[in-house]
Design a binder for this molecule. Structure first.
Ligand code: FE2
Length: 233
């Protein structure tokens, strides 16, 4: 069992504020950790599959309801977490194969999966479409959609209202944009998405939670945009 979950519940993100709550759900699922916590929200993370995909559970502290972000893989663990964290919906940041392997199993278990129309055809199946500039309510939490095409035609990010949190999928990582080398990728488009939709609007202290690897912040990354555009990747 994960020591972080079992003992101190210190958030695993080095960028999370310290947490003194004692009421976090302890799911017993190996590998899951409390990743971020503030007064309204907590984020649990588990890393799954061959490409070490981050799967995030965003939970409303007031109502206990959650959203799962990217049903990537290892569906048995994800289903246990869905139950323990009272998941109400599953959101896909994009349709690449490594982010969608658990979708059949979560749908079979009754969870509804949302994806953008531009990436919907990459999924085996889904339940509803995500659109740009909408609000998804998870308990009292309000999650804003930001369409950021480039990594895939329908890549989308999610910004949490009232907390400095952005789920960036494979659009933005520490050190640059996600790859645009797969079918449907477009480098100029991802640079434009990051510039116009993320860096122009989000405060520098916004914590960026990508689909793989470590967190960063908008302030850490935004000075490098021109360098990325010039180097071409
Ligand atoms: Fe991807």
């Amino acid at each position: 069992m994960d020591t972080n979950e079992n003992s101190t519940q210190i958030p695993s993100s080095p960028l999370s504020p310290p947490c003194s709550h004692t009421d976090h759900p302890r799911t017993g699922v190996p590998g899951v950790s409390l990743h971020y916590c503030d007064t309204q929200a907590e984020i649990h993370r588990i890393v799954v599959g061959d490409l070490d995909n981050n799967v995030f559970f965003l939970r409303c502290r007031e109502t206990g309801e959650s959203a799962l972000i990217d049903a990537a893989n290892e569906h048995e663990k994800l289903l246990e977490l869905c139950k323990a964290l009272n998941v109400k919906t599953v959101l896909e940041t994009h349709g690449h194969w490594d982010h969608i392997q658990a979708i059949p199993a979560v749908r079979e278990a009754g969870y509804e999966v949302g994806v953008t129309s531009a990436d919907a055809k990459m999924l085996p199946s889904y339940d509803y479409l995500l659109e740009d500039e909408t609000v998804i309510e998870i308990g009292r939490l309000r999650l804003h959609t930001i369409l950021t095409p480039g990594h895939t035609p329908g890549s989308i990010c999610f910004r949490l209202e009232g907390s400095p949190i952005l789920f960036s999928g494979d659009t933005l990582f520490p050190g640059g944009p996600g790859t645009t080398e797969f079918e449907g990728g477009d480098f100029e488009q991802i640079i434009s998405s990051i510039d116009r939709r993320l860096f122009s609007h989000l405060p520098g202290d916004t914590l960026v939670l990508p689909g793989h690897g470590d967190d960063t912040t908008i302030g850490n990354e935004s000075p490098s945009l021109e360098e990325w555009a010039n180097r071409g990747w």
